[in-house]
Design a protein around this ligand. Sequence first.
Ligand SMILES: NC(=O)c1ccc[n+]([C@@H]2O[C@H](COP(=O)([O-])OP(=O)(O)OC[C@H]3O[C@@H](n4cnc5c(N)ncnc54)[C@H](O)[C@@H]3O)[C@@H](O)[C@H]2O)c1
Length: 283
Amino acid sequence: MRKIVVTGAKGGTGPSLAAILAERGYEVLRTDVHPWTDADGLGYVQLDLRDAAGVNDIFAGADAVVHFGSPPADAWLSATEAYHQVASAGFNVFQAATNTGVKRIAWASSIEVYGDIRKHPALPVSEDSPLAPPGIYGAAKLLLERLACDYARWHGLASAGFRLSRIIYDSETGRAKLRSLVADEAFGFDCLWSYIDARDVGAACLAWLESDLPGAEVFNLAAADVHQKVATADLLAAHGYSHLPSPSLADARQTPFSTAKIRAMLNWRESYNWREIIGLRTD
Ligand SMILES: NC(=O)c1ccc[n+]([C@@H]2O[C@H](COP(=O)([O-])OP(=O)(O)OC[C@H]3O[C@@H](n4cnc5c(N)ncnc54)[C@H](O)[C@@H]3O)[C@@H](O)[C@H]2O)c1
């Protein structure tokens, strides 16, 4: 593997993904819908991923793709726009990969595919938990997970879809957001106080691309703990989840999203903890 295309390169997560791959010695082609600037140099191409022919062009000669080029939610988009930004663009990525001989893809799915966790039978949420996306964004991610299985079966394309919890960008904006999440426990409720540093997302992508695992896998991706000082069980009880059996979360501050699969299959471990990210002393 020599050359890797990173989509969504000008987003919150993209710069961390491109950096870890470049540091590892790969030739990285960055792409995003935002215009090229002088600072981008030659390793950047402006492209809307809904342009199928353009996606074919930029994948030509690449060995692998890291696909994070889509909006992180659909709250401000029409259903049609969200569908095309996530599903149509994602389809173009899988199809162009097979057209051009790309062998491996790491891409961004979301914990949104699980829907309302209050309706789940138990915690922690694992990759085998029920899937019930609440809107078109999560539904489109789930569609791509299904499509990834077919592209693996039809063309041998090896892909990892990461069901990401809240990504903490490696920037002052990202750290400020994390500080506000830590300060107000009601604010982090939508992701059940789960988080993942963008640099650890990059490490997970790298682990998949450098593995020789075949097929289409999905992995929950989150740091091991919650970004709060109190036990997860207490947070859950205070926010309407006390009815859910969650024996393994009884006394710890561990995330309600199981990350056992990625730890076992890719030997991935996070390097960044919320306390260190925002400069709190560890206890
Ligand atoms: N931020 C989170 O907490 C979170 C959680 C779960 C999943 N994700 C997923 O991770 C990925 C990256 O998220 P992020 O937070 O870095 O988002 P972001 O909005 O900061 O970055 C996404 C980038 O993709 C680009 N993009 C969007 N549509 C495009 C298109 N049609 N063609 C080309 N480029 C396009 C945007 O210009 C942007 O620079 C997304 O796929 C998102 O769904 C994010």
